[in-house]
Design a protein. Structure first.
Length: 385
């Protein structure tokens, strides 16, 4: 499989796996339009999808190594059936089951990605490329769904999410296993402390990203922005924000990882300061773009560091659970904190958390010794075309 085709296949699985989490606010909104389902119930139903992803990652992280075709088939089928079932059912129990099934499928699809890049040399490059291509697909889906005419019922959102699964299916099915397994000498396992520090970075950065996303609608109201314009700005910022993944996708020198990660955190902090304290159209859009650019500068480097010591993809799958946990906690706390504190103190809290993430990242990347870096990275090679 050529490198370009491989990237597109991995990006297809990545987009199909995470597209539901990308449009989660729209899913919750659609569920609230079903008779008898309020916002609390809709949030709980939507959370079943995240639970499905986490359950798969925790219970079946190595299934892809033993049954690759089964993983592909189950992932696509569970995702599509789960979305179509959510479009049809009205009872809370059946909707929970449908979202759980979709989440299990998304977990299976993500396992294909994590196994496909396991023990990858200079892994932030492949993760940057996957984020760039797959993220563009997800951003366009979010933009398209945001532009749909207002509906009095749940609308066609779950049909379109199922269609996304169909659209990504050829890329997923064409994804081939890596040509060779990593040798013992090519991968140096991370120490337990280093894993803990990396997972701390992941939890903090995903928590901040989710928290500011969760209250963006409230901030739009405070800035007196019309609801459709807020949706448009959030969609555009998601698409443009994936530009941040260009930095890791072009990275060639492991020694510069720390520099780029710190720059990404700095961009996030400045963008949060702008977003929450300059209440106008330009600040809202620019701030959201900046937060997303910083986020997609940081995460491929962090995930890439884990990938290089991950023999079968199970470590990255566990990291996804950490990310989802951080995002869930951030979302759960954001509304209450924002309501009580207001935008300026809330932005300070977010920036402090970003600073903590920056400090943890500094400890991880700064104290890597040559023995901690895979041998294949000690002499940086020119990238393959």
């Amino acid at each position: 499989m050529s490198s370009v085709k491989r990237v597109f296949s991995l990006a297809a699985a990545f987009a199909a796996a995470l597209n539901g989490t990308m449009v989660m606010p729209l899913i919750v909104l659609a569920l609230t339009r079903i008779p008898g389902i309020d916002e609390g119930a809709a949030t709980a139903i939507a959370a079943a999808e995240l639970a499905g992803i986490a359950l798969y990652c925790l219970l079946l992280p190595r299934l892809v190594q033993r049954a690759r075709r089964l993983t592909k088939g189950f992932g696509l089928l569970a995702l599509i059936v789960g979305e179509l079932a959510t479009q049809q059912f009205d009872s809370i129990a059946w909707l929970v089951a449908a979202r759980l099934l979709a989440g299990l499928g998304e977990g299976a699809l993500f396992s294909l990605v994590s196994a496909g890049v396991a023990a990858e040399a200079n892994a932030e490059r492949i993760w940057g490329q996957i984020n760039l291509v797959g993220g563009l697909a997800m951003g366009l889906m979010l933009y398209g769904l945001s532009m749909l005419p207002p509906a009095t019922d749940r609308g066609p959102i779950f049909f379109w999410l199922a269609a996304m699964g169909f659209l990504m299916a050829p890329g997923v099915l064409s994804l081939q296993p890596k040509a060779a397994e990593p040798t013992a000498s090519s991968v140096a396992p991370l120490k337990a402390l280093q894993k803990g520090q990396i997972w701390t970075v992941v939890a903090l950065v995903y928590g901040v990203q989710a928290a500011q996303w969760a209250v963006s609608g409230y901030l739009g109201e405070m800035a007196q922005l019309p609801g459709p314009r807020v949706g448009l700005y959030l969609s555009l910022s998601s698409i443009v924000g994936f530009v941040g993944a260009v930095v890791p996708s072009l990275s060639r020198d492991p020694k510069r990882r720390l520099q780029f990660v710190l720059q990404g955190f700095t961009v996030m902090a400045l963008a949060l300061l702008l977003f929450f304290n300059m209440l106008n159209d330009a600040a809202f859009l620019t701030g959201q773009i900046g937060v997303n650019i910083g986020f997609y500068m940081v995460t491929p480097f962090v995930t890439g560091l884990l990938t290089e010591s991950d023999r079968d993809g199970s470590l990255v799958l566990r990291t996804l659970v950490v990310a989802l946990t951080g995002a869930t906690v951030g979302t759960a706390l954001a509304g209450e904190l924002y309501t009580r504190m207001g935008p300026w103190p809330f932005s300070v809290v977010c920036i402090v958390i970003v600073a903590l993430g920056m400090g943890a990242a500094w400890r991880v990347f700064r104290h890597l010794t040559p023995a901690d870096i895979p041998a294949s990275l000690r002499q940086v090679q020119a990238p393959k075309p």
